[in-house]
Design a protein around this ligand. Structure first.
Ligand code: NAP
Ligand code: ZN
Length: 361
């Protein structure tokens, strides 16, 4: 069978297989890591698929000055798999169940954010990788691995009808777009812009469309026009064309910006109507320049959003189950992960890589 039987126990931990980067310029390569033996509230999951998020690339290459990378780094926070063992106090899962894990694996449970279901804002949260590990010291290791052990509260249930390779990206790209779309009240009759058609962007299109909005995609890639329409967009604008942009001046209720690199956000702020909001979810390291005037006119607002809380992540997965929504994925073996990183940098992915973790065995 799986991981659980091949592990060598030593002091409450066991050896597992992973792919890790040894430094910012290193390729990801096979590595041995340790996972903790499941405690009474823990769930051990055999990982079946893990999505490749652009954040994995930012982190592996140490591109975020505010979140320096500790090496070796095992990325991966779009995890879906099967439960192999559960601790004695676990009530919601049993061996054999499908289970998923996103960007969070722990939080203090007692701060105002945790109390209101916003664990992603807990000052003591533990991210799935590159976060101080409260069990072993060092940092946490993510889902480019054959298994993971996670506290029950942070494990999500997966609707049985969905394709698992396409479910994995919902755990980050899905919730990161679903959450602000819900928060800013996207409904039928609203005009919504999605900037950047990558992993996050294509999920934003699917969700905004499912909520009944009029969806306009802004892309730098004219080759993605047809896909955008097939994904649920009503209009597609190649953002380098200023005439096309000008036609939409002061007309959007909400814009979600998913771009991973430096770009001019004022070009989009001007497209918001009175009281319109633009939310940044893309995370380039370099600060954006914001023109005060583009915010003053029409009382526009600019905000950000970080993944989503656990309850909302479950709500999103249940919504996907009901509406048969998954990410469009290209499935790859883990041995192609470095190539996939390079292809993501050039926008050559439709629209998320999902690693088939059977390739790690
Ligand atoms: P991705 O698949 O690489 O998509 C990014 C898209 O941005 C590209 O497909 C491209 O779309 C556009 N883009 C790239 N470079 C550009 C440039 N120089 N100028 C204009 N547009 C450009 O990445 P992703 O996985 O969706 O992640 C996007 C960003 O969100 C990353 O920075 C990631 O770290 C961040 N993120 C944030 C959160 C959060 O909680 N806030 C969660 C996950 C990820 P077009 O070809 O259509 O132009
Ligand atoms: Zn992510």
């Amino acid at each position: 069978m799986s991981t659980t039987q091949s592990i060598s126990k030593s002091r409450g931990r066991y050896e597992s297989k992973a792919y890790a980067a040894a430094g910012p310029e290193s390729l990801l390569a096979p590595a041995k890591i340790y996972r903790r033996e499941p405690g009474k509230n823990d769930i051990q999951i055999e990982i079946l698929f893990c999505g490749i998020c652009h954040s994995d690339l930012h982190q592996v290459r140490n591109e975020w000055s505010a979140m320096p990378t500790v090496y070796p780094c095992v990325p991966g926070h779009e995890i879906v798999g099967r439960v192999t063992r559960v601790g004695s106090a676990v009530t919601k899962f049993k061996p054999g169940d499908l289970a998923a894990v996103g960007c969070l694996v722990d939080s203090d449970g007692s701060c105002p954010s945790c109390q209101s279901g916003l664990e992603q804002f807990c000052p003591n949260m533990t991210l799935t990788y590159n976060s101080p590990d409260p069990h072993f010291g060092g940092v946490t290791f993510g889902g480019y691995s054959d298994n993971i052990v996670v506290k029950e509260h942070f494990v999500l249930s997966v609707p049985k009808i969905l394709d698992l390779a396409g479910v994995a990206p919902l755990l980050c790209a899905g919730i990161t777009t679903y959450s602000p779309i819900r928060h800013w009240g996207v409904t039928k009759g609203k005009k919504v812009g999605v900037v950047g058609l990558g992993g996050l962007g294509h999920m934003a299109v699917k969700f905004a469309h499912a909520f009944g909005a009029h969806v306009v995609v802004f892309t730098t890639s004219s080759s993605k026009k047809e896909d955008a329409l097939n994904l649920g967009a009503d209009e597609v604008i190649v953002s380098r064309n200023s005439d096309e942009m000008n036609k939409h001046m002061a007309s959007f209720d909400f814009i979600i910006d998913t771009v991973s690199a430096e770009h001019d956000i004022n070009a989009y702020l001007q497209l918001l109507r009175p009281d319109g909001n633009m939310t940044l979810v893309g995370a380039p390291d370099k600060p954006h320049a914001v023109s005060a005037l583009s915010l003053l006119f029409n009382r526009r607002s600019l905000s950000g959003s970080l993944i989503g809380g656990i309850a909302e992540t479950q709500e999103m997965l249940d919504f996907c189950g009901k509406h048969n929504i998954t990410a469009d994925v290209e499935i790859i073996p883990i041995q192609k992960v470095n190539e996939a990183f390079d292809r993501m940098m050039t926008g050559d992915v439709k629209y998320r890589f999902s690693i088939d973790m059977a390739s790690l065995k």
